[in-house]
Design a protein around this ligand. Structure first.
Ligand code: UD1
Length: 342
């Protein structure tokens, strides 16, 4: 019988790509999503890609009663992958309580339910934001955690600690936190991808929306950083590669080889790319000349960060396969497919 995986936030950007990979690897996927930042049609799209439509339940996991009701009806869940969270860094600065309440209540409700309903394994969606601006690059899992620069980042740091403490207090639980670097791109089918609400905060959706004519011009936030071309450096990884890491993390938690109860992995390519290099990659694969201007630095931005993914490479047997060009090509295909529909 197929093992059942509960994916919270499974109609969102990373969640939907992960649902596709889980189904492709023989898991049964159940999604809970409140559709705050996504739509129900994504479940249909996942079905179109995989041939199996995941079961979607629409409610907010901050609602304990509804979560309990769902788990009473749906027994035998082998693991949970928890994506559902607010993720806009700027918004979190203005609405800290919304972020703490939403991102932490949901996590604590899940952990509490896992203990009561005997669900043994959790994969948590964390972020490289927990490292702040590291002194030494690339970043390993032993790089010191820094105080968060936003309430959003703080919910990831605190979230990891809540999980670690809960796992150690409950011998039947195991968990893995995955610290993502910068996920970009879309499924090669062009059927699922990132769908930001309003004006995008992130670089790649802003690039594709500018290229398609939805935004006048991209602002490059600073060219006076201490980097070779003066713009910030990030580690951009294809969302399909990232999705696959979740499948391996679930396999590891459910297999009996690994005895560790709580682990953390960096997920990135290991390669730093500047904003100008990202623009060049987009222009190369799309054939579109992007309109952009250099403006001032964005408050809270980190100058440079990229991963040392060797722990994930060795322990999970996972590494990124797609290039930045391929990620940009898929993001452009996705942008074109959604604009045709609107
Ligand atoms: C941020 C968060 C990260 C979070 C992610 C998800 C921090 C330090 N990082 O990543 O934890 O998971 O958002 O939303 O809090 N840029 C421009 N013009 C734009 C947009 C971005 O030049 O219009 C530049 C930025 O200055 C940055 C790079 O592009 O150098 C990437 O920015 P972005 O996509 O927003 O991601 P991060 O800030 O790295």
């Amino acid at each position: 019988m197929k093992k059942k995986i509960l994916v919270t936030g499974g109609t969102g950007y990373i969640g939907s790509h992960t649902a596709v990979e889980l189904i492709g690897s023989g898991y049964e996927v159940n999604i809970i999503d409140n559709l705050y930042n996504s739509d129900a049609e994504t479940a249909e799209r996942i079905g179109e890609i995989t041939g199996i439509k995941p079961h979607l339940e629409v409610f907010d996991i901050c609602d304990r009663k509804k979560l309990d009701g769902f788990l009473k009806k749906n027994s035998k869940i082998s693991a949970i992958i928890h994506f559902a969270a607010y993720k806009a860094v700027g918004e979190s600065v203005n609405k800290p309580l919304d972020y703490y309440r939403n991102n932490l209540d949901s996590l604590m409700n899940l952990l509490d339910a896992m203990i009561r309903f005997k669900i043994p394994a959790l994969v948590f969606s964390s972020s490289c934001t927990v490292y702040g601006q590291p002194e030494k690059l690339p970043v390993t899992e032993d790089t010191p955690i820094k105080p968060a620069t936003s309430p959003y980042g703080n919910t990831k740091r605190i979230g990891e600690e809540v999980i670690r403490d809960t796992v150690f207090a409950n011998p039947d639980l195991k968990a893995i936190s995955l610290r993502y670097f910068n996920p970009v791109g879309a499924h090669p089918s062009g059927l699922i991808g990132e769908m930001p609400r309003g004006v995008p905060e992130n670089l790649v959706p802003f690039i594709t929306q500018t290229a398609i004519g939805l935004r006048d011009m991209l602002q490059v936030f600073g060219n006076d950083y201490n980097t070779p071309d003066g713009s910030c450096i990030r580690d951009y990884l294809h969302v399909v590669d990232l999705a696959k890491a979740h499948v391996v993390a679930v396999d590891r938690l459910l297999g009996d080889k690994n005895k560790k109860r709580y682990e953390v992995f960096n997920l990135g390519t290991g390669k730093g790319v500047s904003v100008f290099e990202a623009i060049e990659s987009f222009e190369r694969v799309s054939g579109v000349k992007l309109k952009y201007k250099v403006t001032g630095r964005r408050p809270g931005d980190i100058e440079k960060i990229w991963a040392d993914p060797s722990f994930a490479n060795e322990e999970l047997g996972w590494k990124t396969e797609y290039s930045l060009d391929e990620a940009m090509r898929s993001a452009w295909k996705w942008e074109n497919s959604i604009r045709k529909k609107i």
